[in-house]
Design a protein around this ligand. Structure first.
Ligand SMILES: *[C@@H]1O[C@H](CO)[C@@H](O)[C@H](O)[C@H]1NC(C)=O
Ligand SMILES: *[C@@H]1O[C@H](CO)[C@@H](O)[C@H](O)[C@H]1NC(C)=O
Length: 336
């Protein structure tokens, strides 16, 4: 677990730098999990999956008890980008197919555009899923300075490809440039490596807005039933999670754990850069877990009824925490 010790850090630097001053715009790092259920984080009592880094963000920040997302990826992410209900954008329905010819109108306010106006650099690492049929539909067209990752709903964890309408193809880009040399690198590790690189290379004098949009814990490899999970190490999986009888849930546990470790690495990178004290970190899932059926990952939304794609609590009420060193009452549970 990575421990947050920011206040001493800031005091130590107050003499040599001006970036501890209160007027400096905060950096904003949003970490979005894919298809992770309410009951699958330590702070909601999971005794099957360890998430010490996510738990620590809440312990040093605020746990959101009633954080509502939309019922699936595309609607959720469209709301996050624009601050509007998906029905205002025509995005209230099913998630987009790979390459589907639809997009959000450029007339709408978007968070990265607004932040750009305030001097922020905006980066997206990982999933987009808001349109990819033309360049004009991609993250850069909505205010992001860079995008590294995939444009559609999910990719396989090692090959970074997606099957859609019977076609199989790579969906992995660095600023529109197709990447084939990432094949074989586990996607969560790729996200970690790239996020740390963005943080390291960020010009200190500008505020940073970084969205880290994980593949974890969505299914990866495609099949007609939406795909199946892939873990980084089968050996580790059997050894660490042997106490979970269900094979898919065992894999799911490792995927969530690896994402949690990635979050610890990102927090550490922010600290090393000297900007953690002035960074707001938000973590949440884009919707409830698809426990069974399409894209099933055996995530758990207990004690809520319903799963991803449903409007019951299990589909839309998701684990969420926000961290900032500036909060006065840390570690509280916000129930509004
Ligand atoms: C996508 O939709 C737009 C607007 O309806 C249309 O003009 C365009 O030709 C379509 N592109 C493709 C590749 O179908
Ligand atoms: C992969 O290819 C891209 C584009 O050519 C290049 O910028 C990047 O450094 C390469 N990455 C690795 C790990 O070789």
């Amino acid at each position: 677990m990575y421990l947050i010790k920011v206040s001493q850090f800031c005091l130590a630097l107050v003499g040599v730098a001006s970036w501890c001053n209160a007027e400096k715009k905060p950096n904003i790092v949003m970490i979005v999990a894919d298809d992770v259920g309410w009951n699958d984080v330590g702070f909601h009592g999971s005794n099957q999956i360890d998430t010490p880094n996510i738990d620590a963000l809440g312990l040093n920040g605020i746990y959101f008890d009633r954080y509502y997302a939309q019922q699936s990826c595309t609607p959720s992410r469209s709301a996050l980008l624009t601050g509007r209900y998906p029905i205002r954008l025509g995005y209230q329905g099913k998630p987009l197919h790979a390459g589907e010819n639809r997009s959000i109108s450029h007339d709408f306010w978007t968070l990265p555009k607004a932040l750009k106006g305030l001097g922020y650099m905006n980066h997206l690492v990982g999933k987009w899923h808001l349109g990819s049929a033309s360049k004009n539909f991609t993250p850069q067209a909505y205010g992001y300075d860079s995008h590294y990752g995939y444009l559609d709903g999910f990719v396989s964890y090692f090959d970074h490809d997606i099957q859609s309408d019977g076609h199989l193809g790579k969906d992995m880009y660095s600023d529109h440039q197709p990447l084939t040399n990432t094949t074989g690198e586990y996607f969560t590790d790729l996200v970690t490596r790239k996020s740390i690189e963005v943080i390291k290379n960020h010009p200190q004098e500008k505020p940073l807005h970084l969205v880290i949009s994980h593949l974890a814990a969505h299914t990866g490899k495609s099949t007609s039933m939406g795909g199946f999970l892939e873990v980084a190490s089968d050996e580790y999986n059997d050894k660490k999670y042997g106490y979970i009888p269900d094979k898919i849930r065992r894999m799911y546990a490792e995927i969530v754990e690896r994402m949690d470790t990635s979050i610890g690495d990102v927090v550490e990178a922010l600290d090393r850069k000297g900007i953690l004290d002035n960074t707001i970190i938000v973590f949440f899932s884009d919707n409830g877990a698809p426990t069974n059926g399409f894209f099933k990952n055996r995530g758990s939304n207990f004690p809520f009824r319903g799963i991803k794609l449903s409007l019951f609590e299990g589909g839309v009420r998701v684990p969420a925490v926000v961290y900032s060193s500036k909060f006065k009452n840390k570690g509280r549970i916000y129930k509004n």
